[in-house]
Design a protein around this ligand. Structure first.
Ligand SMILES: Cc1ncc(C[n+]2csc(CCOP(=O)(O)OP(=O)(O)O)c2C)c(N)n1
Ligand code: SF4
Ligand SMILES: [Mg+2]
Length: 306
């Protein structure tokens, strides 16, 4: 058997693309991993990731992590509080000249939607209130993926989840986390998706240059939870944008700007029908009222954009 030190030496010499792609226990076609991969390429190695329980936790199995920087695991509601501790420790080390400024690192919270939209929301609110200098990445696969896709506060209306079965799917509505975060007036808030990598990279580069709370929500197409063929992940991500279901936007200095508004929106149905979690809207017969309601809510959003 190979000893841990030899494994570590081999792992640390692998390029980041391989570290985050092959050899991880993630599902094929994971849209969250795609976004994280792209984000990591922009943020670079000088980062500490503070992670709350979820699918991405599987990336790091103690004492290893595929990230070249550091990784800290916290309880599900506490990642922003953990980030505060890490940032404070770094600031003390810098102030006391125990590390040079060149050794400072970005503190990055990485959680799923279950933590960001639910259990960890008050910790994020407190961190923004204290103007914590950190970046928060939420990969939003619209459910508790790691425990079998139970509904979360990010689950869209009518989707089937492990806890929302039957002809109407999930009875609730997806929480508007972008607006909740923006209401705190942090330095920056943005939505991104891995299937639009240029828009994503531009936003992460912008966030990296800033200080203060920088909050990012990445819609994360999830073949396992959303029930579709893994090779469709990029297509589904692009449809989320072109149908208007996932508006790409940013909040900066009190203003919200849409960065890729769909010129001619495609019907929402094109996005829904590729995913098994919405199959009950089409078979055994079309649920016209529910399909019309879902289209109308997207239309109403864009009518308000002006
Ligand atoms: C307080 C608490 N409750 C429940 C769990 C069990 N748990 C681990 S991961 C997870 C799902 C998290 O969902 P999300 O944040 O959306 O991440 P995903 O699994 O979708 O990546 C849950 C419920 C936990 N770790 N801590
Ligand atoms: S369940 Fe979904 S989010 Fe989790 S690893 Fe699999 S594809 Fe990715
Ligand atoms: Mg999730």
């Amino acid at each position: 058997m190979t000893d841990p030190e030899t494994i570590y030496q081999r792992m640390k010499d692998l390029p980041s693309a391989r570290l985050l792609g092959a050899g991880t226990p993630m599902c094929a076609g994971c849209g969250g991993l795609q976004a994280l991969h792209e984000i990591y390429d922009v943020l670079g190695e000088k980062t500490v990731y503070v992670n709350a329980a979820g699918c991405m936790t599987l990336l790091s199995v103690y004492p290893f992590t595929p990230f070249r920087g550091s990784w800290l695991y916290t309880a599900m509601a506490s990642a922003p509080a953990g980030a505060q501790g890490v940032r404070d420790a770094l600031d003390i080390l810098l102030k006391e000249h125990r590390i040079p400024p060149a050794e400072d690192v970005d503190v990055v919270v990485l959680t799923g939607d279950g933590a960001a939209y639910g259990m960890g929301l008050s910790a994020a609110s407190g961190a923004m209130e204290r103007n914590l200098n950190f970046i928060y990445i939420c990969y939003d696969n619209e459910g508790y993926g790691n425990t079998g896709q139970q509904y979360s506060a990010a689950t869209p209306h009518a989707a089937r989840t492990a806890t929302s079965k039957g002809g109407q799917g999930f009875a609730g509505y997806k929480k508007d986390l972008f607006s909740i975060w923006a209401a705190h007036k942090p330095a920056y808030v943005a939505t991104v998706i891995g299937s639009e990598p240029l828009d994503l990279a531009r936003k992460i580069e912008k966030a990296k240059r800033m200080k203060g709370p920088r909050m990012i929500i990445a819609l994360a197409p999830c073949p396992t939870g959303w029930d579709y063929d893994p090779q469709e992940s990029v297509k589904i991500g692009k449809l989320a944008v072109s149908t208007g279901v996932w508006p790409l936007k940013e909040y900066l200095n009190g203003k919200v700007t849409h960065t890729m508004p769909p010129r001619q929106r495609r019907p929402v149905e094109e996005y829904l029908k590729l995913q098994g979690r919405f199959a009950h809207l089409f078979t055994p017969r079309r649920n016209e009222p529910l399909l019309a309601e879902l289209q109308a809510s997207v239309d109403a959003y864009w009518a308000g954009v002006g």
